[in-house]
Design a protein around this ligand. Structure first.
Ligand SMILES: *Cc1c(COP(=O)(O)O)cnc(C)c1O
Length: 452
């Protein structure tokens, strides 16, 4: 018998992150100041981010050293295993070989601490005492509170109201690691108070929670802001996932033909896939597929334009696939991945046809997640179920064609704190919902006019 797991020894954990802009420099697009609509200068961002992170955001250097202090925290759970999904392959009767990278093994249960730890470290090194952030389903808030605890920083989390009410255990995780957490919209910020004045029952959105956290950070000298996805430095920090995967696939004697990840803001997918872009540029037979929900289809149905990163229009303007920054995700949607836009880097690579995108309805994703749990054992996060769905679809396609493709997907996190979403599925409460065309058209009117 062969072990289904491909393990990397600690000594082989990557000591550098990979920066794809070195190989695809024209994927870079300007980041604009929300007031002047002109490209931001590093000083504009200094109230929000540490200088090291601002430099990484615009860096063109191919390899960037991971600081020793960051490596030491990552060592608590990294390298993560790559698994061959033999039981799933058997159940599907597919000739394909399916692999998954298991990022659910981190303390908070997702890929998110890979960047949270790096960001907390750089803030600490530059003398910041407190970090404000937003969280949707709570994974980012819990990852950052874990990271802040490692470096002795205070952490303030604005949590989207629907999740705050529906997913109380993530709130408890955030508190366990010592952070403060409030429901967003809150009364603590002007953005929050305005939203509550318009609608006292406002369920909140990621864009709105970002506005609150950014306002908090601008308002205090000891506080910075931190974003868990979308920005290029976040994807950079996540490339440790893809770099490990590359070594593990090579150790298993495999070359991938299809790489799959779910996308909300694009960080787990980006981190998993970016290290393979040079292979794609070299002409390797490789498809790289991003999967999004039909209810929040920013790449497949949004437009590629400049838009605000947040609802209130305080965050920088970036060029991305967007549904419009006033997008309010439907309450009916259980599976996270609710951001109105897509990482500018991922958007640019889609335009360059180095990456493709597809959307799936939530019920078929839960069906895939359940099949995966009953074969491979792991209960994946509702977000991750989108990647599982497409990995299974690709494997079933191989069954039809007889091709023995190598399919690898990123298992971005487990669903242990999100069983309420599974519960909704089992009790028949989930409905498939495609985001309406009129709503997209309406929200797209809010996109700023940019003349460069
Ligand atoms: C946050 C999260 C996502 C979505 O965010 P990305 O930045 O697109 O990766 C996906 N899966 C899990 C488990 C998450 O926690």
């Amino acid at each position: 018998m062969k072990s289904p797991r491909v393990l990397l020894p600690w000594e082989e954990m990557p000591r550098q992150w990979y920066n794809v802009y070195a190989d695809v420099p024209d994927a870079a697009t300007p980041v604009l100041h929300p007031g002047t609509m002109q490209p931001v200068k590093p000083d504009d961002l200094a109230p929000l981010f540490p200088m090291a992170v601002i430099e990484q955001e615009v860096s063109r250097q191919r390899w960037i050293d991971i600081p020793q202090e960051v490596l030491e925290v990552l060592a608590l759970w990294r390298p993560t295993p790559l698994h061959r999904a033999r039981n799933l392959e058997k159940a599907l009767e597919t000739p394909a070989r399916i692999y998954y990278k298991n990022e659910s093994q981190s303390p908070p249960g997702s890929h998110k601490p890979n960047t949270a730890v790096a960001q907390a470290y750089y803030n600490k090194r530059e003398g910041v005492k407190r970090i404000a952030t937003e969280t949707g389903a709570g994974q980012w808030g819990s990852a950052l509170s874990f990271a802040c605890a490692q470096f002795g920083l205070e952490c303030m989390v604005y949590m989207v109201r629907v999740s705050f009410d529906q997913k109380p255990y993530r709130k408890s995780m955030i508190q366990t690691w010592g952070a403060n957490v409030v429901a967003s919209p809150s009364r603590l910020t002007k953005a929050g108070r305005t939203a509550l004045a318009n609608d006292p029952d406002c369920p909140g959105s990621l864009g709105l929670a970002i506005s609150e956290a950014v306002e908090d950070a601008f308002g205090r000298d000891d506080t910075h802001y931190s974003l868990g996805s979308v920005l290029s430095h976040v994807i950079l920090h996540q490339t440790i996932v893809g770099l490990e995967t590359k070594k593990q696939l090579a150790a298993a004697g495999e070359r991938p033909n299809v790489l799959i990840g779910c996308v909300g803001g694009g960080s787990n997918f980006g981190g998993f896939a970016m290290p393979f872009i040079p292979d794609k540029l070299d002409g390797q037979d490789l498809r790289i597929v991003a999967v999004e929900p039909e209810s929040c289809p920013s790449i497949t149905r949004g437009q590629y334009v400049f838009d605000y990163g947040d609802t209130a229009g305080m965050a920088p303007i970036v060029k991305m696939h967007t549904l419009g920054h006033t997008f309010m995700p439907p309450r009916i949607h259980a599976g996270g991945l609710r951001y109105h836009g897509m990482a500018p880097l991922i958007s640019a690579l889609v335009e360059k046809k180095l990456i493709e995108a597809t959307a799936r309805h939530q019920k078929t994703c839960f069906e895939a997640a359940i099949q995966f749990a009953r074969t491979e054992g792991i209960i994946v996060a509702p977000e991750t179920s989108h990647a599982v769905r497409v990995a299974i679809d690709e494997a079933l396609e191989c069954k039809k064609t007889g091709e023995a493709k190598v399919i690898a997907f990123n298992l971005s996190g487990h669903g242990h704190v999100d069983m309420a979403a599974y519960d909704a599925f089992f009790s028949g409460k989930l409905e498939d919902y495609a985001y309406p065309e009129e709503a997209i058209r309406e929200a797209m009117k809010s996109v700023p006019e940019v003349k460069l």
